[in-house]
Ligand binder design. Structure first.
Ligand code: GLV
Ligand code: MN
Ligand code: MN
Length: 406
């Protein structure tokens, strides 16, 4: 890698670091189509323009910045710039900054790609605003229809089509535009969100598969009443149904080797001295196979219904989104893992969702590179990767692009 690339990488990283960072927690609030994420979007446009890349925006806010080399379907690399609420610095932006830096590496080496190379940014990857993860890549590939998605609302009641219209997007009737004719191959570099690479002593890894996962809304209603005068035996308290469900979900996931998390809860009327009238809680569940996930959710739902029966509350469970297992093309993963200058990169699974998974499921050959995360912590202000490992990631991505585009 030329001497100037680490400087470029670190300069880009330092420039975006303050955007959306909370002084209180040190975490990031980069909500789709809102101020910090829009500043990052403008930064990306500027970086692409400084490199003479041709910008291809879509009607949903996604972007691909093209290095118009060679011919045929493009080789695209990138990630996302939005974050979860109070998230880390690396989840998403590391893939975008590394993609731009990898283009710099290839140019510095005088590489002449045989096919166009694109740097992409997909919007609302985390689903933290409109509730549907990988919304941008789902819309772009047609994995979700605009007619369904346009009515999604954020926590303030703003509809997706309204949020996009405010930015001058989604005018008319936008259509999916991404397919394998357009993108011949997609490579997403991402900070690892677990500790497989630490355990293996490797700075870089390649993804084998993504666990199936889903989001489920539990709506529990009960009888609002006075917190002091209502005898304990006379209550129909939805908070109890929720609490026991959260405990039993955690236990069920632990004993079956899967994952279940209640990370968001709303209660009505949210009053200290009242038995609540209603609780809504969102469960994120992930399983090793589609069947394991379905079994886990069915068991948790059955236990929650039984508890609701005992509490005299009423429960409905709605699957807001479910993403099936993704097995990345094994030939591509093995080629990337083995076909390079340093020792073979380990091939590891992940329990996190990614745009690469959506593109892969829609028939676009895709792969992922992971950069070691010393603690494995993610979706938290403590998320981290060492600079040396990030630079190794840039080098790995550049090498991968060079081989796939020659
Ligand atoms: C995306 O980060 C996810 O929730 O898996
Ligand atoms: Mn994430
Ligand atoms: Mn991510």
């Amino acid at each position: 890698m030329g001497a100037s690339v680490p400087d470029h990488f670190e300069h880009m990283w330092r420039t975006i670091q303050p955007l959306g960072r909370s002084d209180r927690s040190g975490g990031y609030f980069r909500q789709p189509f809102a101020s910090a994420e829009r500043e990052l979007d403008a930064w990306f446009v500027e970086q692409a323009s400084a490199r003479g890349l041709r910008m291809e925006p879509d009607a949903f806010g996604n972007r691909i910045a093209w290095w118009d080399a060679g011919s045929g379907p493009g080789l695209v690399t990138g990630s996302h710039l939005d974050s979860v609420l109070d998230g880390g610095a690396y989840d998403g932006p590391l893939g975008v900054v590394s993609a731009l830096a990898a283009v710099d590496v290839l140019r510095e080496r005088g590489v002449r790609p045989s096919r166009p190379i694109g740097v992409s940014v997909f919007v609302e990857e985390e689903g933290s605003r409109f509730g549907l993860a990988c919304l941008g890549s789902r819309l772009a590939t047609g994995a979700v229809a605009w007619e369904m998605a346009r009515g999604l609302r954020d926590r303030d009641g703003v509809r997706l089509d309204e949020a996009l219209a405010e930015l001058g997007l989604a005018a008319g009737d936008p259509h999916p535009w991404l397919g394998s004719q357009h993108i011949g191959c997609f490579i997403e570099l991402h900070v690892e969100q677990g500790r497989d690479l630490v355990d293996r002593g490797a700075a870089i890894g390649v993804a084998s598969r993504i666990w199936p996962h889903g989001r489920y809304r539990f709506e529990i209603s009960g009888s609002p009443n006075h917190a002091g005068t209502t005898r304990m035996e006379d209550r129909h308290d939805p908070m109890l149904t929720y609490a026991m469900t959260a405990l039993s979900a955690s236990k069920q996931a632990r004993v079956t080797g899967q994952r279940a998390t209640f990370g968001r809860v709303e209660t009505q009327p949210n009053s200290t001295n009242s038995v609540p009238s209603a609780v809504t809680a969102w469960m994120d569940a992930r399983g090793e196979t589609d069947e394991a996930l379905a079994d886990l959710v069915a068991t948790i739902t059955r236990q929650a219904q039984e508890r609701a029966g005992r509490d005299g509350t009423k429960l409905t469970v709605t699957a807001e989104s479910v993403s099936g297992a993704v097995d990345f093309a094994p030939g591509l993963a093995h080629r990337i893992a083995a076909d390079h200058e340093s020792a073979a990169w380990p091939i590891v699974p992940t329990q996190a969702g990614h745009d690469a998974g959506i593109l892969s499921a829609q028939g676009i050959p895709s792969a992922m590179l992971f950069v070691r995360n010393p603690t494995g912590v993610s979706h938290s202000p403590a998320e981290h990767a060492e600079t040396a490992d990030c630079l190794a990631g840039v080098h790995a991505l550049a090498e991968t692009l060079e081989r796939l585009a020659s």
